[in-house]
Design a protein. Structure first.
Length: 143
């Protein structure tokens, strides 16, 4: 016996429109308040290597050539350096510079040389008072 003849069964329904409105407001709030300052601080100008410039700068009388191989050994003007400490590299740079006024330091590092070994050379040059530092690159021309 069904005593609820005149009463219809209504399924409860969830109204999604207010929930969508709230989510859109939260999304707009997050987009407006998000800052991208870290990306703005990373403006990097990548170095360029031109074949003509490399050929012009091969013979520089006012330069010191430093080579760093893949295992971290150093040579200054093709003379091996026994110690790889910053102080010994600084002293070797100063003795190689002799009476050169503000020489160019040309770092020729192997592609597999550690980042620390290159930074050590740069720090030694800074301690020696030499601010003109450049790197040699291998240019691949179109064949």
């Amino acid at each position: 016996m069904n005593f609820q003849r005149g009463k219809q069964n209504n399924e409860p329904e969830i109204n999604l429109i207010p929930m969508i409105d709230v989510l859109l407001v939260i999304l707009i709030f997050l987009v407006v308040t998000t800052t991208y300052s870290k990306f703005a601080e990373l403006e990097i100008n990548l170095p360029e290597a031109n074949t003509e410039e490399v050929n012009k700068n091969v013979e520089k009388p006012n330069s010191i050539d430093i080579t760093v191989n893949s295992v971290g050994d150093y040579t200054i003007n093709r003379e091996p350096i026994k110690s790889s400490s910053i102080e010994s590299l600084r002293d070797a740079l100063q003795s190689a510079a002799k009476n050169l006024s503000d020489p160019f330091i040309i770092i020729d590092a192997d592609a597999k040389a550690t980042h620390q070994s290159v930074i050590t050379v740069m720090e030694a040059a800074r301690l020696a008072g030499y601010n003109k530092i450049t790197f040699t690159t291998e240019t691949h021309g179109a064949h």
